[in-house]
Write a protein that binds this ligand. Structure first.
Ligand code: AMP
Ligand code: MN
Ligand code: MN
Ligand code: MN
Length: 274
């Protein structure tokens, strides 16, 4: 059984519209697809009205938050899209994104990239600006050769465009997902580049706050990484989730769909959701 519980659309920093993403899920024979755009339900909302073609659509979101001074992403699945707590949290996150985009643009302008805010907003359309919108605009204007160079030089951690943003605390974010009746999942645990000790502390804090699962697959990962994450989940008594973190067709990225067999006998969030 193929599922994908971590994907993006044009409602955040993905390249496919919600209906294009959904068609791709149908073509690839997925049993279930969660749309988990950054800090918005708009992608799921747009996909909701589509014919299911046998693919179960799960309402999801990927929320930005802070723990130990680092930005952490928590995926919430099967959230009630009418939850007041969730809608209030999303409004706040959208405002933080708007404020941050202005600050990022000001930094880029000082580096010589004139018109960054309007350029990124044009690429984002109705979506709140995400850093990849700036990266793609920098490439399209010839300021940077590739998106990954744009992150390495200007937008990535510790670079000028890495603006300190007062995202909500991890515990509050998990609480919002729980209040919305959803399943809180720690996204891509290895992307934070924490030491093993710090990663275990993050899992403890996440668990104490009400977190239920960790992603053991997020895009392309080595077998060793998957093994490491399975061990972490078992040690910390957390369920597991699987996703491609699909943003666009990309040579180095994963396509939609992960086989649930990867989890072996560890309990998967799909058992709670489907
Ligand atoms: P934001 O939430 O606006 O800070 O943007 C974070 C997004 O940027 C992530 O979800 C990825 O899609 C993308 N991203 C982060 N780091 C990189 C990188 N080094 N290269 C390409 N994309 C990246
Ligand atoms: Mn993204
Ligand atoms: Mn993420
Ligand atoms: Mn993501």
């Amino acid at each position: 059984m193929l599922i994908d519980f971590h994907t993006h659309t044009t409602a955040s920093d993905g390249a496919l519209s919600p209906s294009e993403l959904f068609s791709r899920a149908v073509d690839r024979g997925l049993t279930a697809l969660a749309v988990t755009d950054h800090d918005t339900l708009a992608g799921w909302q747009a996909a909701q009205s589509l014919q299911s073609h046998g693919v179960a659509l799960v309402c999801g979101v990927e929320l930005s938050c802070l723990w130990g001074g680092a930005t952490i992403h928590v995926v919430g699945l099967n959230v009630n899209a009418k939850s007041e707590e969730l809608l209030e949290a999303l409004d706040h996150l959208q405002q933080l994104r708007r404020d941050r985009a202005e600050k990022i643009a000001a930094k880029l302008e000082r580096l010589g990239a004139v018109g960054a805010l309007a350029g990124a907003q044009a690429l984002a359309g109705d979506a709140a600006i995400c850093r990849p919108h700036f990266a793609h605009w920098l490439v399209s204007e010839g300021y940077m050769p590739t998106v990954s160079r744009a992150f390495d030089k200007w937008l990535g951690n510790g670079k000028p465009g890495d603006i300190k943003t007062p995202w909500p605390a991890l515990a509050d974010t998990v609480a919002v997902i729980v209040a919305a009746g959803g399943v809180p999942i720690l996204a891509h645990p290895l992307k934070y580049r924490f030491t093993r000790t710090k990663l275990r502390a993050l899992c403890d804090a996440f668990s104490v706050a009400g977190g239920l699962a960790v992603e053991i697959v997020n895009g392309r990962q080595s077998d060793a990484e998957i093994t490491q994450l399975k061990r972490l989940a078992v040690d910390k008594n957390l369920s597991v989730s699987l996703g491609s973190d699909f943003h666009r067709e990309w040579t180095y990225g994963a396509d939609l769909g992960v086989d649930v067999a990867i989890a072996g006998d560890i309990s998967g969030v799909w058992e709670m959701i489907l």
